[in-house]
Design a protein around this ligand. Structure first.
Ligand code: NIG
Ligand code: FE
Length: 416
């Protein structure tokens, strides 16, 4: 057995003795931490933690590595519960077009946006998609991402959606971190179904979902519920069929307008509804009566210049907010979770404690892995970040855009 002991940790963050599901509302400002702490790992699992003053010493030195973390902070790796990290090519021309005044919707209506990525996806090989995504995600791991959800949705045909999901499956097998796969066939109406949206939705429900189920290629099903994409009624239909095939629902909701996406997600008991720039009292009331996790995607809100989601109002309403990156080539070409938290604090006036809860315990729940990820807890995976020496936990978000990660461990193995 391989053993690892980290001692003299200045601050050990997000500790718990047994896994919670979520942290809600104003209690998200409480982040359980221990000063001057130790953390003990056996093989890939956390076995113990505590204050250095309670440390019993070591009885068995065989196979033991000791790390002195004096002045450094140790925290659980981030769980990124919403990404589109498998994609072909990049879309910086659309970024420049937006700088010249075009909107995301205008670019989409002239065939850009998701359809631009779908066209490139069609010609990409499985091998290049896999190699590119693997390298992309390796970079995120070095920044502290320890679990990732990845969506299809640039295929928009049976064959190419399956190609994307097979790539995600391969990433699941080969990456050191946990990967969850989400089928997002309902990301846009493909050009060949422009005048037959019903036909495309039938294809999703009658051909894509059964095949994905047969090949066990996805954990979740997602729909982009928005004007010019999919209506709440269509969203409910697709997600209900997906549930029958054993895929748990998620939704892209209320990003560009009060689209009814939140209510549609709640209606099918979605695990999460994500984006939420256009959320008012009605949406908050619907969420309060549900188990659905409202997930904020700060990168896409920032990059598209959208209004801030009303995060403080959602916290006042006792909702369990999650934060994820939405890493994708159009609305957020960035998967750095530190940046997501830093922007969320400044723009939405949330505290660092709230941001860390949102991106660890709550986002772990939003991707179905809270029993094994999201906190420093005996029995959970030994996934954690060791920072450079820093003055405090708050400093890590205050020092925006800078990288204070010194080491990342996944299942007890050092990644950098
Ligand atoms: O989450 N909103 C829809 N889908 C993605 C963007 C996809 C794209 O533009 O390629 C998102 O922002
Ligand atoms: Fe997204």
């Amino acid at each position: 057995m391989k053993k690892l002991l980290i001692k003299n940790i200045k601050l050990l963050v997000q500790v718990e003795d047994s896994p919670k599901h979520v942290v809600r509302g104003l209690s998200m400002n409480i982040l359980p931490c221990i000063e001057n702490a130790y953390l003990a790992i056996e093989n890939d699992t956390i076995v113990d933690y505590g204050s250095m003053s309670d440390w019993q010493g070591i009885s068995d030195w065989s196979n033991l590595e000791i790390i002195d973390a004096e002045g450094k902070i140790v925290l659980p790796t981030f769980c990124d519960s919403h990404t589109h990290a498998v994609y072909a090519g990049s879309r910086e021309q659309e970024y420049v077009d937006r700088l010249h005044g075009l909107t995301y919707q205008e670019i989409a209506l002239r065939g850009g946006g998701i359809l631009n990525s779908a066209a490139r996806m069609g010609t990409a090989t499985e091998e290049e998609l896999y190699t590119d995504a693997y390298a992309r995600i390796q970079k995120l791991i070095r920044l502290g991402t320890g679990a990732i959800e990845i969506k299809s949705g640039y295929g928009l045909s049976l064959e190419t959606e399956l190609k994307m999901l097979r790539v995600i499956q391969r990433l699941k097998l080969n990456l050191p971190i946990a990967v969850k796969a989400t089928f997002l066939g309902a990301h846009a109406i493909p050009p060949q179904y422009k005048d037959d949206r019903e036909g495309y939705i039938d294809l999703i429900c009658n051909e894509m979902l059964p095949q994905i189920h047969t090949e066990q290629l996805a954990d979740y099903c997602d729909v982009f519920c928005e004007e010019n994409y999919f209506t709440p009624t269509e969203t409910i239909r697709i997600l209900s069929v997906a549930k029958n095939y054993g895929l748990q629902p998620k939704a892209h909701a209320n990003q560009l307008a009060y689209s009814g996406g939140v209510q549609a997600g709640v209606k099918v008991d979605a695990v999460s509804v994500d984006h939420l720039e256009y959320v008012g009292d009605t949406e908050i009331e619907a969420l309060k009566k549900s188990n659905t996790v409202p997930t904020i995607l700060p990168g896409a809100q920032y990059f598209l210049g959208l209004p801030n989601p009303p995060v403080r109002a959602m916290l006042e309403a006792d909702l369990p907010i999650a934060i994820a990156s939405d890493y994708n080539p159009g609305s957020c070409p960035n998967g750095n979770m530190w940046w997501m938290l830093q922007h969320a604090c400044v723009a939405y006036k949330i505290t660092p404690n709230e941001a860390f809860n949102a991106s660890t315990i709550n986002s772990a729940y939003a991707m179905g892995i809270s029993q094994t990820h999201g906190s420093i807890c005996p029995g959970k995976k030994a996934n954690f970040i060791i920072t450079a020496p820093v003055p405090s936990l708050n400093y890590l978000l205050y020092n925006f855009g800078m990288n204070n990660v010194e080491a990342v461990y996944i299942k007890g193995e050092k990644q950098i």
